[in-house]
Design a protein around this ligand. Structure first.
Ligand code: ZN
Length: 451
């Protein structure tokens, strides 16, 4: 059985020294702090658990930075979405695999050990399914097999262009499914994730715009007990459309219509009333916050102080992948609340520091949202390890929670030194073991698409 003694580790009970961890078949078999015996492998630095990235559209990594010019007097989410649809039109399984692999390499190097891929570009450019209707989903899983990242694959159900079953537009034809075709894609995704060391399949009804309540009921009943993710209340225009069509705001409408429980991950939930905040917090669902993307798209600020005061669960996602960084998602989440409130340490739960509070909440919420046993260093959990280099200039001289505070709020450069997923080392000395190959494949696609 492989084992190692880590100099320092963040266990469920707190910081401990000289922690022996043994693992078998990808899962932690024993955790023993204050280990005084001999050890073949000693790992210097600070061990923290792997965090799940709960929301990614991998292909969007390919056009990061290409939408930073103002095309109209008022540029906003909906004009960005038109540019994103044009880029989605150029995807095929081979290009998607290359772009997803580089995105996953960057996720692993930043401290994420698994990702929930909210996957909606299913069909050929003319809208016809591929011979294997799950070909695009399988491409994401093939990337994960190469990079070693844990993967919760969430095939997206997309049937309408807007509330009241408005017909879908030209830019959406690669996304559209009826429930039968969708079931075939889910089957293909299950076969692909079943072959991974750390894999799971769930479902993602895209949004209340794209899936109606009857479809939501049918899908959640038909697809067992796996994770259910949905975009909700990201944009004020979407809230207004929902109110016009249903008489209720999106979160209230969802909770009035379905039994929303711990299977659910509510992505964004930016524009919510105090009543909706209380309903979400009491439900056991995870809110999926994507601060870097939400800032990039000008979405707005989630009421995180109110929500966490009520005990609401949350995690973070890199969403559009415009810039992939676990610490930056956590930093921006806290800093958004500080800027709004003109006060500091808004999300801390003393005696824990702000960085520790953010890290542990995101690790727990990410694991729940992905439906994978990560985010904690305990027997039975996935052997997902992130080792910080505490000789790095950002961390040197820090200890305990101060290490997490320095990593999240004050690190220029990346102090993540080693990363293991399901017991397999994928990042060594700060670099993913397959980075060179992933960069070469990505560069070929990026040049092809720019030509
Ligand atoms: Zn999204």
């Amino acid at each position: 059985m492989p084992e190692a003694v880590f100099e320092r580790a963040l266990l469920p009970e707190g910081w401990r020294e000289k922690v022996r961890i043994a693992w078998e078949a990808g899962r932690i078999a024993a955790v023993e702090p204050d280990f005084g015996g001999p050890a073949e492998t000693r790992i210097a630095g600070t061990l923290v658990p792997g965090t799940g990235n709960l929301h990614s559209h991998a292909f969007q990594r390919g056009f990061a930075g290409l939408t930073e010019r103002r095309g109209q007097a008022s540029d906003h989410f909906w004009t960005w979405r038109e540019a994103m649809y044009r880029f989605a039109g150029a995807m095929n399984p081979q290009r998607l695999k290359a772009i997803a692999a580089l995105a996953q390499v960057e996720m692993l190097e930043s401290g994420f050990t698994a990702v929930a891929e909210f996957h909606y570009v299913h069909h050929q450019p003319d809208g016809r399914p591929y011979d294997d209707p799950a070909a695009m989903a399988v491409a994401v899983a093939e990337a994960a097999a190469e990079t070693g990242i844990g993967l919760t694959l969430l095939p997206v159900f997309y049937a309408h262009g807007g509330f009241s079953d408005r017909p879908a537009g030209e830019g959406q034809k690669r996304f559209l499914c009826d429930p039968d075709l969708f079931a075939r894609i889910v089957e293909g995704a299950k076969a692909a994730t079943g072959a991974l060391a750390s894999g799971r399949t769930g479902i993602a009804p895209h949004s209340l715009r794209a899936a109606n309540v009857a479809e939501l009921r049918l899908l959640t009943a038909a697809h067992g007990d796996g994770p259910v993710h949905i975009h909700i209340a990201e944009q004020t225009a979407e809230v207004a459309d929902c109110e016009a069509a249903t008489g209720r705001r999106p979160v209230d409408y969802l909770f009035d219509s379905l039994d929303v429980d711990s299977r659910w991950c509510l992505i964004h939930a930016t524009h919510v009333t105090a009543g909706e905040v209380a309903r979400m917090a009491a439900s056991g669902a995870v809110v999926g916050l994507c601060p870097v993307t939400e800032a990039d798209l000008g979405d707005g600020l989630f009421p995180a102080v109110d929500y966490t005061t009520l005990g609401g669960r949350w995690g973070v996602g890199s969403d559009s992948n415009v810039l992939i960084s676990l610490p930056q998602e956590l930093r921006l989440l806290e800093q958004g609340q500080r800027l709004r409130d003109r006060a500091r340490n808004r999300l801390a739960k003393p005696p824990l520091s702000t960085g520790r509070t953010l890290f542990e909440a995101a690790a727990a919420g990410g694991a729940q949202a992905l439906g994978l046993p990560l985010g904690v260093l305990a027997t039975g959990a996935s052997a997902d390890f992130v080792v910080l280099d505490d000789d790095h200039p950002a961390l040197v001289g820090r200890s305990g929670d101060g290490l997490l505070d320095a990593w999240i709020f004050a690190a220029a450069g990346n102090p993540v030194r080693d990363v293991f997923v399901a017991g397999r080392q994928v990042v060594k000395d700060g670099v993913h073991v397959a980075r060179a190959a992933a960069e070469a494949a990505f560069a070929a696609v990026a040049r092809e698409l720019a030509a």
